[in-house]
Design a binder for this molecule. Structure first.
Ligand code: FE2
Length: 205
């Protein structure tokens, strides 16, 4: 699998390209600013863009959708709770096929009501659900600390420790990590009951 982590814009966002090495079929996750970097990388690797996938619909993760779709003909995939324009809706447990790669959808609301993480081989594209050393905020419209608790502790922390974590923003001390390293070092992931987590999220700014 080809993976490109592309820093874009001025809010420390990451856009990702993932592609099947053999078929050259590619998906772009969260296009927003600096589309020329994405288009250059697609071209340099001789990739054909099939899908644009958004981890959630906050503006800094979807800004580039329309332009990239127009240029490449790629189809836009979002969680079914998203109200933005999309070609395909997905939900928890669905699989997006990209050549020989299966991209598994893990519905992870909390930061937003349409948040999802994407698991491809041993790599988790976590959007704004989980950052390196932190997690997404829950105080924006449609955010919920209760839902984020269930998403993180009920789903992401149950993944294998060796799964690599690729976040939606470069907010940590390194651009990517692993589930195991985050369990050991991310203060958000300390074992807490849901009640303790809600208090923690209220006090955390
Ligand atoms: Fe966000």
């Amino acid at each position: 699998m080809i993976v490109k982590q592309i820093p874009v814009g001025s809010m420390s966002n990451f856009t990702y390209i993932i592609a099947d090495e053999k078929s050259k079929m590619a998906a772009v996750i969260d296009p927003s600013w600096d589309l020329e970097k994405v288009l250059d990388a697609l071209k340099a690797n001789d990739l054909k863009l099939l899908y644009i996938i958004n981890t959630h619909t906050h503006f800094d993760h979807v800004l580039g959708n329309e332009q990239l779709a127009t240029i490449t003909g790629a189809r836009i995939i979002m969680h079914k709770n998203s109200t933005l324009d999309k070609d395909l809706s997905v939900n928890d447990g669905d699989t997006i096929q990209l050549g020989n790669i299966n991209i598994k959808v893990i519905f992870t609301p909390g930061h937003s009501k349409d948040g999802m993480c994407l698991l491809a081989e041993n790599k988790l594209f976590a959007g704004d659900t989980l950052f390196i050393g932190n997690c997404g905020r829950v105080d924006l419209p449609s955010g919920s600390a209760t839902e984020l608790y269930d998403s993180i502790f009920g789903k992401l922390m149950k993944l294998d420790d060796r799964i690599e974590v690729y976040p939606g923003h470069d907010y940590g001390n390194r651009p990517y990590s692993t589930i195991g390293d985050e369990k050991r070092t991310n203060h958000v992931l300390k074992p807490r009951t849901k009640e303790e987590f809600l208090l923690f999220m209220q006090s955390d700014d």
